[in-house]
Design a protein around this ligand. Structure first.
Ligand SMILES: C[S@@+](CC[C@H](N)C(=O)[O-])C[C@H]1O[C@@H](n2cnc3c(N)ncnc32)[C@H](O)[C@@H]1O
Length: 247
């Protein structure tokens, strides 16, 4: 498959289903509520750049990183004008290089890090990534992640979901082998533990457009760490807002 095809097929697949389009809309609205106008957004696992284009068109400076070279090349080709204008700033290299890079090469720190459509589910060692994202973020900044939920009742029709049940009880995460490594669905307390001491899990949202003001406000995780998941069982994705901690 050609590179242009890989990227274009990917965009088509992600935009084919109404539910995915609505999830993206909800995610983008939430991101706009957490990023100051004209600020900097770091898009981790940016893929073909659908969100990067959206935010760059709204006046944000968008730094992007994806560990798949085909995605990086597709984004570089389709966003060439924004890259030339400095509205989109691509990061390159293997994931290990991305983690090891000591500091930013003069690029602005992010007011908001986003990771849409489940990049965090593909990361084995989350604490290491949180430490890296802490360095890339301004003081008081936030991280908004859309992650596949282990609480989604709709997955119970799949055999892999039942097979993973035991592991989920033990470790708080559901691992399913995928084409590029395990897809890891983590429970909320696992995220809360893994993000410390760099971030704090602040609010949790259903990964769909909110139906009322209460859903739009989300769930304060500190107030209901044991019961928050009960309100998430109807959604494939959950949106997590982490607040950066410290200086
Ligand atoms: C389902 S896609 C979502 C892409 C994009 N965020 C979007 O909303 O369309 C997940 C992306 O995460 C990327 N990814 C997976 N592991 C990664 C890693 N270790 N570092 C950076 N990106 C990664 C994949 O290459 C893929 O492009």
């Amino acid at each position: 498959m050609s590179e242009a095809h890989a990227g274009a097929d990917y965009v088509r697949a992600l935009e084919r289903h109404e539910a995915d389009r609505r999830a993206r809309e909800a995610f983008q609205s939430l991101a706009l509520a957490h990023a100051p106008p004209g600020g900097t957004i770091f898009d981790f696992g940016a893929g073909a750049g659908i969100d990067a284009v959206f935010f760059a068109a709204r006046g944000y400076c968008v730094r992007v990183y994806d560990n798949d070279p085909r995605m990086r090349r597709y984004l570089a080709a389709t966003c060439a004008d924004s890259i030339d204008a400095g509205r989109i700033i691509p990061e390159t290299g293997e994931y290990a290089d991305f983690l090891a890079r000591p500091r930013d090469s003069g690029a602005p720190r992010a007011h908001l890090v986003i990771a849409n459509f489940a990049p965090l589910n593909l990361i084995d060692d989350l604490p290491v990534l949180f430490a890296k994202l802490h360095v890339l973020t301004v003081r008081g900044g936030a991280l908004l992640a859309s992650v596949l939920s282990p609480y989604f009742l709709g997955d119970l029709r799949f055999r892999w979901r039942w097979r993973g049940m035991l592991g989920q009880r033990r470790a708080g995460e559901l691992r399913v082998p995928g084409a590029r490594g395990d897809v890891i669905r983590r429970r909320l307390p696992v995220f809360a533990a893994d993000c410390a001491p760099w971030f704090k899990l602040e609010r949790v949202f259903r990964g769909v457009p909110p139906r009322n003001a209460a859903e739009a406000a989300g769930i304060d995780f500190a107030l209901s760490p044991r019961t928050a998941w009960l309100r998430l069982a109807g959604c494939r994705y959950m949106f997590l807002v982490f607040r950066r901690v410290g200086s």
